[in-house]
Design a protein around this ligand. Structure first.
Ligand SMILES: Cc1cc2nc3c(=O)[nH]c(=O)nc-3n(C[C@H](O)[C@H](O)[C@H](O)COP(=O)(O)O)c2cc1C
Length: 190
């Protein structure tokens, strides 16, 4: 199966800067011919991970999200930074999806996928600190990471009214990240 990309933002809020960056990446990826499913993590209404909730039965949204992860071989994650760490919407979704069904190895539906990470934040480092944390989590989950990245600082000033990026250089960097994601996923899934 060639690249089949599941794309999501770690912020679901209206006007999210990360959703704007995700929209650009998805559009550019589709223009390259990539098969991309864009989802909004809010639609899965996942509770904060809690072993007691898990013991009572998998939340319905987790089952839907898990099935989507299973059906894709690549991930495009565009997520903000909260207090230097990974935004909880992203972290919580990944934590739920990493949980194995009985008899499965841990991270069964996420291990072996290729992931690209991008971020936008209003601060001066563009979410790069949380990217370091997220990359470690991805390594632990045996995810193959695209080395190229984009982290947009002062992102409240980085987008035009129509949602495009002010800087052509930043736009091109985002296109490169998506291209590498598609290339690597295609090579690994001929
Ligand atoms: C709880 C919280 C913590 C934040 N911490 C950081 C931070 O550590 N670094 C940073 O650059 N921006 C931080 N911000 C600001 C975010 O960059 C800003 O809210 C950004 O717009 C969030 O992304 P979004 O537009 O996609 O929702 C924080 C925002 C919140 C709500």
């Amino acid at each position: 199966m060639p690249a089949k990309i599941l794309a999501f933002s770690g912020s679901s809020r209206k006007g999210s800067l990360n959703k704007k960056l995700l929209a650009i990446a998805v559009r550019e990826g589709r223009a390259m011919g990539a098969d991309i499913t864009e989802i909004d993590l809010r639609d899965f209404a996942l509770p904060i991970y809690d072993g007691d909730i898990e013991a009572k039965g998998w939340p319905e949204g987790m089952l839907r999200l898990r099935a989507l992860f299973k059906g894709h071989n690549a991930l495009l994650i565009v997520t903000p930074e909260y207090n230097g760490g990974v935004a909880p919407l992203t972290k919580n979704a990944i934590d739920w999806v990493s949980r194995p069904f009985e008899g499965e190895p841990t991270c069964a539906v996420i291990a072996g996928k290729v992931a690209a990470i991008m971020s936008a934040s209003v601060g001066p480092v563009g979410g790069s600190r949380q990217q370091a944390h997220l990359r470690v989590s991805c390594q632990v989950m045996r995810v193959i990471l695209v080395p190229e990245t984009v982290h947009i600082p002062f992102a409240d000033k980085a987008f035009n009214e129509d949602g495009s990026l002010v800087s052509k250089g930043v736009h091109d960097a985002a296109v490169l990240v998506v291209r590498r994601l598609v290339e690597i996923a295609n090579k690994l899934n001929p």
